[in-house]
Write a protein that binds this ligand. Structure first.
Ligand code: NAP
Length: 272
């Protein structure tokens, strides 16, 4: 990325996280620019990161190699159509907008190399994970650029089929909320068992963090880690058996199925 120039269209939360991540990786301020209709948003991002900002999207993409579309899905059609006359064929378009397909973007932008990504909220802390899909027009060098861009806020994993982004949305896109729900439920259960709320909350949060770090650091899978901490006839086994008797695995499958279905449905609606 040492010579790559990047323009962000939309300078909200996600764009600011990516810009912060890129700056931390050593990109120069001159390599990054952003456009946004909000004067306050432009002032904030330029004060925080020292980059040049624009009110005009077309002006922002002049001379850049990568155009990152970081606007809400509802704004994508108008943004793409406004960029179309100014985009050059070699400019890579990277979209982080949930649910907007490459076919929709191609219809709005014209034939352009596109990488579609599904990041998640922990990207705000550079602890995100993203699924990436590239159209056939994307070159190997452009794939590397997209990989480096998304790696600035976490890890980035490539997918073979665009449709798999619905599954990514179900697992990691919406995933942080599932863990928040578990933390919430464990905290409430801890309070019912007699703990002060702040103690129960810290126990649940730190346990989630520690378990995730163990799973990431370990060379065995989560099922094996679970077996290793579940002594026969012990407390963990009593809890796990209660979860399983309540249909925990089937419930998780159903919940993620509902999210993937909704993701496909939203893509259909937003792509019109
Ligand atoms: N936040 C996440 O964790 C997350 C996770 C996965 C995917 N995403 C995707 O990332 C995208 C951005 O999310 P975000 O959370 O960063 O949203 P956000 O904070 O609302 O940022 C979007 C920015 O785009 C600006 N904008 C609106 N219309 C524009 C236009 N025509 N041209 C240029 N900029 C325009 C908005 O300005 P106004 O506020 O004035 O409209 C806002 O500052 C979304 O498509 C979302 O689906 C986000």
């Amino acid at each position: 990325m040492s010579n790559t120039r990047i323009a962000f269209i939309g300078a909200g939360n996600m764009a600011a996280s990516l810009i912060g991540g890129l700056r931390a990786k050593g990109l120069e301020v001159q390599q990054i620019r952003a456009s946004d209709p909000g004067a306050d948003t432009r002032a904030r991002v330029s004060a925080e990161h020292g980059i040049e900002t624009f009110a005009d999207n077309a002006q922002a993409i002049e001379g850049v190699d990568v155009v990152v579309l970081a606007v809400k899905p509802q704004a994508m059609k108008a943004v793409c159509e406004s960029l179309r006359p100014s985009l050059k064929p070699h400019q890579l378009v990277v979209s982080i907008a949930a649910g907007i397909t490459c076919a929709s973007m191609n219809a709005w932008l014209g034939a352009q190399p596109i990488v579609r990504c599904m990041p998640n909220t922990p990207a705000l802390l550079r602890k995100g994970v993203s699924g990436l899909y590239a159209t056939s027009e994307v070159t190997a060098a452009q794939r590397d650029q997209a990989q480096e861009l998304l790696s600035a806020v976490g890890i980035a994993l490539w997918l073979e089929q665009e449709q798999q982004l619905d599954a990514v949305t179900a697992v990691s896109g919406s995933g942080p909320a599932y863990f928040f729900l578990l933390i919430e439920s464990m905290t409430a259960a801890g309070v019912k068992l007699g703990l002060p709320r702040d103690v129960a909350e810290q126990l649940a949060e730190q346990t989630a963090l520690g378990a995730a770090q163990m799973a990431v650091a370990s060379d065995v899978d989560a099922a094996e880690l679970r077996r290793r901490v579940t002594s026969p006839g012990g407390t963990t086994q009593a809890a796990i058996e209660s979860f399983q008797a309540g249909g925990f695995e089937a419930l998780v499958e159903k919940a993620l199925g509902a999210a993937a279905h909704r993701s496909a449905e939203m893509a259909e609606q937003l792509g019109k």
